[in-house]
Design a protein around this ligand. Structure first.
Ligand code: SF4
Length: 787
């Protein structure tokens, strides 16, 4: 990779009032490193929410959006998938939710002249942050073959161009249709219907890159790939184990639920390679003690685990539980539950009897006493929730690790009772709902049968491609057309260079977006950008204002109503775009009232009622106060939709990451000023980082061993034997209290280090939490950007 010199565009920053920080985006050379914070939120959280909102949207638009956010008749936050409490407060949002709204609802727009001024090549040289700062997209644009500029195009012409391309393919499998987690249930259902009517199951989504490991592990063991708890269970738990997760940044309102749990007497254990401010202390800005007091201490125990060591820790705790049962037979395990609902206990007992404690120490980096302490907490607690995020799912052994979570919970009946359960925390607002609506390359036959009954065509039955396979298909020429409803796949996926090279080979790329991002600059022969309304915006159709629906991380489905005028009258909703595209591509090939879908979203919901399990009478239930909970066998009735009808206790061979001498294990992570690939600013307040993102966090003792020093500029090389030199050039070392032998750098920049074929076993999720790297003094000592 040839690094590019830092470039700035002060004009763009002047144009947009949405400055979420005062960073000079060239400022890797002006990077400031302070101390990590020991608490989260409080007054600074309020200021970082409201000041940028008012500056960016104006007082009126800020008031209309922020007060409607996550309210029963308002819109659902487009950022994370954290659920809403039954009794909502006036301010039901966090700093990062406010940033997401400010980012989307900005009145700054991209005008027609922008496209003549900026070639695609120009745009490609800009940063993700700069691209987003240009404002909202307002008209469809098209880049023709051989040209280096997008140019405005009418909606009708755009649909015709796309339809001609799709209908000219040799096979529908030469097209792939990606979905981001922002897409509503209604748009997602219509989209998958269109894609399957077109003739393929090529429906990759962002879930492929985040919680796919959770889905597979839970599906195989308890018959459902979703959380087995509700929001209220947090307040009833005795013990909450938070693994591989940083709620203070990635789903900040979870801190309120954890605080409630603490106030009700729960213990919290945080398991993570890095200490994170939100899990140390939370200053709830809606409480006096959070504003002028010390707030609430969060984790009772912090276990600084090595990357990849979670499976070993879980096995070690389960072994201690089984040993305690052996010492006091009949008193430790939940025998009634195990007898009635589970199978596999004997095999697990036998397997863990031989657990090598030395291997556990090596894998986890934890002291035996720390593991004993966690086991004692687990044994003391009647109701335990284990919650996790990408710190686990993006490990090579992510699926097996989550199966070990299920094992541990099952041993003491911690699934299907109040205050207990398994809780994967989904990343993007409706990523879970999109799956429920059929966005998956491997939907089961029952769903496809229901589609066939409802719409009278036979959907394709062979599995489609996931996100990584889409990139591989583009690379190998098997996929020629790529469409994305939302998202930024080129930045989100691993192996940036390989992904960009693959995407550049597409014959046509179509992206439905609210704002510019990196993926719009990595174009194939032809490319189109179709601008869409955001969640915050009123969606007026022929039969009146429409709402959409979304599903949060605990299976609660609720409506979302836009509240402010769209930034442009030319925007179409996602539903309208999908419906018009379907009409243009399919004509009368299937008997679907696409026009009716666009005019009245109730029609789509009627079909959802007939096709999607748990959604019968959808139009009635979604209009109930606050929506409804989807049925969930393990949670509701301890029923498990596995082949045996029992929850499966599984045996998983212990394996941990080996690192050759002189290397570190690196994880990618987000800063506090970003959500997924969207960069709101270049600070990471809680980790003490200001005005820069090109940093690599390393334990001070490892720096000494490696002969490096704090603040040194280094090149970070991926250590893989496939002959590709993957490198992050000129990153600044930050001595940081991360676990020994581990390092961290920001996503998406560090994606460049993760080989495309480096995947979690059983889920195909990129292994971004286990990248072997070597740090070398920087070849180029100037601040650089990743090209
Ligand atoms: S916790 Fe998540 S859903 Fe709630 S406001 Fe914050 S970012 Fe939005």
């Amino acid at each position: 990779m040839t690094p590019k010199k830092v470039t700035t565009n002060p004009a763009a920053r002047e144009k947009s009032p949405v400055h979420l920080d005062d960073t000079d985006e060239a400022g890797e050379s002006t990077l400031e490193v302070g101390s990590p914070k020991s608490w989260a939120a409080g007054v600074p959280g309020v200021l970082h929410s409201t000041i940028p909102a008012v500056e960016g949207m104006g007082l009126n638009r800020s008031r209309k959006t922020l007060l409607a956010m996550n309210q029963k008749d308002g819109f659902d936050c487009m950022s994370c998938a954290w659920p809403d409490p039954t009794h909502r407060k006036t301010f039901e949002f966090c700093e990062n939710g406010a940033k997401a709204v400010t980012w989307e609802a900005t009145p700054v727009t991209i005008g027609t002249e922008f496209w003549a001024e900026h070639s695609v090549s120009d745009l490609r040289a800009q940063t993700e942050y700069w691209l987003g700062m240009q404002g909202r997209l307002t008209e469809p644009v098209y880049k023709a073959a051989g040209e280096d500029h997008y140019r405005p195009i009418s909606w009708d012409e755009a649909f015709r161009v796309i339809a001609d391309k799709l209908n000219g393919l040799d096979s529908p499998h030469e097209a792939a249709f990606y979905t981001s987690g922002r897409t509503s249930n209604e748009a997602a259902f219509a989209y998958q219907l269109f894609v399957r009517a077109f003739g393929t199951n090529n429906l990759p989504d962002c879930s492929n890159m985040c919680h796919e490991s959770s889905g597979w592990a839970m599906g195989q063991t308890i018959g459902i790939g979703k959380a087995t708890i509700t929001y209220d269970d947090f307040g009833k738990a005795d013990l909450i184990i938070v693994m591989g997760q940083n709620p203070g940044t990635n789903h900040p309102r979870m801190l309120t639920a954890l605080e409630e749990a603490k106030e009700n007497g729960a213990e919290i254990v945080a398991v993570n390679p890095m200490p994170e401010a939100g899990l140390k202390r939370y200053k709830n800005p809606q409480k006096v003690k959070g504003i002028i007091g010390h707030g609430t201490g969060m984790a009772d125990q912090f276990m600084q685990i090595r990357l990849g060591g979670d499976m070993a820790l879980l096995q070690a705790v389960s072994k201690r539980v089984l040993d305690a049962e052996a010492r006091n037979p009949g008193t430790v395990l939940d025998h009634d539950f195990l007898r009635e609902h589970c199978q596999g206990l004997e095999q697990l007992t036998e397997h863990l009897a031989g657990l090598d404690e030395a291997a556990v120490s090596l894998a986890t980096g934890l002291r035996t006493a720390e593991i004993d302490e966690l086991a004692e907490r687990y044994l003391r607690a009647d109701k335990v929730i284990i919650t996790w995020a990408m710190g686990l799912t993006q490990q090579k052994k992510g699926v097996a690790t989550i199966k070990e979570i299920i094992n541990l919970l099952l041993l003491r009946g911690n699934i299907g009772k109040p205050g207990a359960g398994a809780s994967p925390i989904r990343g993007h607002s409706n990523v879970q709902g999109d799956r429920t609506m059929g966005i998956w390359e491997q939907m089961p036959p029952a769903f496809l049968d229901a589609l066939q009954r409802e719409f009278g065509f036979d959907p394709p039955r062979e599995h489609g491609v996931d996100s990584v396979q889409t990139i591989q298909g583009l690379r190998d020429g098997r996929i020629k057309f790529f469409m994305a409803v939302g998202g930024n796949l080129v930045s989100a996926i691993s192996d940036t260079q390989a992904a960009e090279a693959a995407m550049s080979g597409a014959e046509m790329i179509v992206q439905v977006s609210t704002k510019l991002n990196r993926s719009h600059t990595v174009v194939g022969e032809e490319a189109l950008i179709l601008p869409t309304k955001g969640r915050t915006e009123i969606d007026r159709q022929a039969t009146g204002d429409q709402f959409v629906s979304v599903e949060d991380t605990v299976c609660a489905v609720h409506p979302s109503w836009g509240k402010v005028a769209p930034v442009s009258p030319h925007l179409l909703s996602e539903v309208a775009i999908v419906s018009r595209l379907a009409r243009a591509v399919l004509g009368r090939r299937v008997d679907v009232d696409w026009l009716g879908f666009e005019r009245n979203y109730d029609l789509i919901r009627d079909h959802i009622s007939h096709v999607v399990v748990g959604c019968s009478d959808y139009n009635t239930k979604i209009r109930q106060d606050g929506g409804f909970l989807l049925p969930n066998g393990p949670r509701d009735s301890r029923t498990f939709a596995t082949p045996t009808g029992k929850a499966m206790i599984t045996v998983n061979e212990l394996e941990h990451l080996e690192r050759p001498e002189g290397t570190l294990i690196l994880q990618t992570l987000r800063s506090h000023d970003q959500f997924n690939t969207t960069i709101y600013g270049n600070d990471d307040r809680y980790r003490g980082i200001k005005k820069g993102r090109h940093v690599v966090f390393v334990n001070p003792n490892d720096l000494v061993e490696l002969g490096l020093h704090d603040e040194q500029l280094v090149d970070v090389h991926g250590v893989y034997s496939d002959g590709v030199d993957r490198v992050l050039s000129s990153f600044r070392v930050v001595a940081y209290p991360t676990a020994r032998g581990c390092a961290a750098a920001y996503y998406p920049e560090a994606n460049v280090l993760v080989p495309l074929e480096h995947l979690a076993e059983g889920s195909n999720t990129p292994v971004s939490k286990g990248v072997i790297v070597r740090l070398e003094p920087a070849h180029n000592t100037e601040a650089v950007l990743i090209g």
